[in-house]
Design a protein around this ligand. Structure first.
Ligand code: ASP
Length: 337
């Protein structure tokens, strides 16, 4: 029997058209463009349906609300399909794939995010292969997790990050090997793919919580931090230097602010500005202070994954000790323990 895949079309370059202001998503044209691709009807292809979101978005406009919409659209149709392909803008695809990987608990079906660098309606579009291969991967029975497929490579969604604004190879997962390569054959790395969950599938929507990301830079000033780190802030991902280092000199007084945030109950997760490698609090004196004030070691998590995981855990529980301990655990393949 043919597998059935649901395509959720949320917007992004793949379906955009030129306008006076630059590329914009356009509703109503995309389905015709898809129907004009003969490969999508070949015998080896799964059957597919399209659900078009309203409004279609440039992914820069995606918020927690849209993550919840994508999650609930999948949850509502979970039993009706063998897999899902989410067409999404590339700019925030790594954030959304991370978010959906946490929202969808106990997955046993594939959710493949893809999009394109050139719209489907234009010459040399990469969208055609990205959609065809994503559909084949979603129907392969090999994948049971949230991934990004782009330019011949399948990556774990919550390990991915956008690496290029103008190359077809738009994504990478520097701390995790690709899950599959699509050459003449699609070769799955069975050893690293997550098995299908045997527990009951569950959708956990996110709360719209005050959570932030702060990138540390040389000369960062006290005031910059103090205005953000109020007792309203539930969580913050610190993008630190190297293995988790922050400036420690007395005059910038960064540490007392972080300490106050910790006392306020804000969960501080330490990630690195390096795309490859892990945070190791305490390796340098410049990071040991973060450990002393109770920051979470984000290890080799991407900022995108750490942010999404903060939303997820704080939506599940108000118990900050629980959130903190779960933050450091590998929940969906997002970090190396
Ligand atoms: N700005 C677009 C978006 O993220 C870029 C893209 O899709 O490649 O929606």
């Amino acid at each position: 029997m043919k597998k059935r895949i649901c395509i959720l079309y949320t917007g992004g370059t793949i379906g955009m058209v030129p306008s006076e202001k630059g590329y914009v998503p356009s509703s109503g044209v995309f389905l015709d463009l898809l129907r004009a691709i003969p490969d999508l009807y070949w015998a080896d292809m799964p059957a597919w349906d399209v659900v078009e979101f309203e409004p279609l978005l440039d992914s820069s406009d995606i918020t927690v609300r849209e993550w919840n919409q994508i999650g609930s659209a999948i949850a509502e149709r979970y039993e009706d399909y063998d897999g899902f392909v989410v067409l999404h803008g590339t700019d925030t695809m790594a954030y959304s794939a991370s978010a959906i990987s946490f929202m969808l608990e106990n997955l046993s079906k594939p959710v493949i995010f893809t999009g394109s660098q050139i719209p489907l309606g234009q010459i040399r579009s990469d969208g055609r292969d990205n959609i065809i291969s994503s559909l084949l991967i979603a129907a392969s029975g090999q994948v049971h997790e949230v991934c990004i497929y782009f330019n011949g490579v399948l990556l774990r969604g919550n390990r991915s990050t956008k690496r290029s604004s103008d190359q077809f190879e738009a994504f990478e997962s520097p701390n995790d090997a690709p899950l599959a390569h699509a050459g003449i054959q699609i070769e799955y790395k069975k050893r690293v793919l997550r098995p299908a969950s045997e527990e009951a599938f569950r959708f956990q929507p996110f709360k719209e919580l005050p959570i932030g990301v702060i990138k540390i830079f040389p000369g960062i000033q006290f005031d910059y931090f103090a205005s953000l780190m109020t007792d309203k802030l539930k969580g913050v991902v610190l993008e630190t230097f190297g293995a988790g280092n922050i400036p420690g000199s007395a005059q910038n007084a960064l540490l007392p602010i972080i300490e106050r945030a910790y006392q306020n109950g804000t969960i501080i997760t330490v990630c690195s500005q390096c795309s490859q490698g892990a945070v190791s609090l305490g390796t340098y004196a410049a990071s040991s202070a973060l450990r002393r004030v109770g920051a979470v070691n984000g290890r080799d998590m991407t900022t995108e994954a750490a942010l999404a995981k903060s939303y997820y855990l704080m939506s599940v529980s108000d118990d900050m000790a629980f959130v903190k301990s779960q933050m450091q655990k590998n929940l969906r393949g997002e970090l190396t323990e």
